[in-house]
Design a protein around this ligand. Sequence first.
Ligand code: NAP
Length: 440
Amino acid sequence: MKIAIVGSGPSGFYAADSLLNAEAGFSVDMFEKLPVPFGLVRSGVAPDHPKLKSVISQYEEVASNEAFRFFGNVNIGVDITVDELSEAYSAVIIASGAQADRALGIPGEHLSGSHSARSFVNWYNGHPDFRHETFNLSSEVAVIVGMGNVAMDVARILLKPVDELRTTDIADHALQALADSKVKEVHIIGRRGPAQMKISYKEMCEIATLKNCSVSVADNGLELSAACTAEIESRTNRENSFNLKLLEAQASKSSGDNTRQCIFHFLKRPEQLLGDTKVTGLQLGRNHLVGEAFSQSILESSVLEQIPCGLVFRSVGYKGLPMPGVDFNHDKHCITHSNGRVKPGLYCTGWIKRGPSGVIGTNRADSMETVASLLEDASGLAETDENAVNDLVEKLNRRVSKVVSFSDWQKIDATEKALGEKNFRPRQKLVSVDDMLGCL
Ligand code: NAP
């Protein structure tokens, strides 16, 4: 049986791996919108986190299986529909990730200088769709709303000495812009307290050890209520208890000769982005937490403050987009499913299944669950119509300027690595589809 997988990020590759290792003898055709594979590992993982990218070697091993084929530069839903895939293949697995971001829903959100963290991350990682984005790094003060790991990535890229990024695979346009950056103060805003941060200790350590950068906490923000103390002492919240100790230690240090500052603000909600056409500041309101530990809710106070700034990043989570022909839960921004099964023959995995949570490895178990559902259904699935698959591939070749195979990707990969080698970088990313296709 041939299975089509839509999306070539971690969840797509883990699903392919599970299928190719199943006894049933599956083969896999993987479809990817970009000419280059690996989804968030290429476009989401920060350039200064090369170890996290080493999972690519596992995905390359999957791709080396004879029963695996890659079809890059194919936009499912545009070039070909999910229904067309379903007609040809025994089953389709959607692994398209979360391709949009949650909005704050406050006035001023669309002013110039207000950006989603997702667009900044894609921009510095050289995603072709974001290469023309511009960020006003001539502003000295930037504010990031949200206290998750993406917020930490954005803060670190803004505050890190640019020389430390020169040997990474960061996009050239981002390297140049960051070299000219005037940003020296980054404020990170959490609507809840230190016990409710969604930051890994490792990410917090990296912020705390940035060269020439002091870390502080505004307005005695580390004081904990009894309920928050109970939460932070819980064994399930160990990362935050370490984070808290680290912030306490940092906050007690003087800023010394540091030229850059990272300032954490707890219990503050974004109320409004200020400015006429461009962001000139962010208005915040104070929050309190009320209720029992682990079920506290936010009580908004009328105390307001403003942070003057020229740049605001909304880092409040990603969201999935519907795919034509697939049931979608518009409240959760995920595909409607049960254990990854949308209906027999149609499945989903990764962020489009469970929402934007977890780390890369979380997708392995998630994809295994989805493939287990597919295996349960396998005896009732239609045999693959090989002629229909061949027709579909021919149709694609007519509709798409160039369908990129895995060996084509390897040529793009080799070109990027060769370009990077000259400057002691792991690769110099090609950031336009034309340049990617130009190496073939
Ligand atoms: P996240 O972990 O869900 O964090 C989102 C943050 O935004 C939370 O602090 C949340 O606060 C806040 N927020 C949500 N709505 C808000 C609103 N309306 N106003 C103010 N604040 C709001 O999302 P993420 O940072 O985008 O990360 C996505 C996933 O990728 C996570 O699983 C993360 O661990 C992972 N990731 C991992 C790494 C790594 O391992 N190095 C790097 C990057 C990303 P509440 O908690 O109050 O909702």
